[in-house]
Design a protein around this ligand. Sequence first.
Ligand SMILES: [Zn+2]
Ligand SMILES: [Zn+2]
Length: 142
Amino acid sequence: MSTQTGRCYCGAFHVGTKASPQTVAYCHCSDCRRLSGAPVAAFAAFDPAHVVITPRWPDAKSHAKGVKRWFCPECGTQLGATYDYLPDQVYMPVGLFDQADRWQPQLHSHADSALPWLHIDDGLPRNAASSRASLTMASCDS
Ligand SMILES: [Zn+2]
Ligand SMILES: [Zn+2]
């Protein structure tokens, strides 16, 4: 299996995965916008058993029921998130990874929350709300 590599902004935490993402998606929801500070976030879903964070997973934070998130305690970079209703998957920001150039998103989640001035004409499927019905995936807290 190939190895995917990445790190947080400051480099205190490195991530590695033994497999390519199960799903890659944009999320336009307001939670992801606040978390990332960017107009749209993009996440890759992995089997948690395939993900290694070095030196360790930091303590999880939970600000929404059923959602756990991990951040680098030094620089604040979001390392990943899990959702109780999406078991056996961890969602990690695509931008962490050295291989981000290869992971084109497959769909847009929460497209109805997209900023009106953001135009991405990629022809990908757009789901008004969470996309978990179509790809067992959702990148937001609601
Ligand atoms: Zn860091
Ligand atoms: Zn979201």
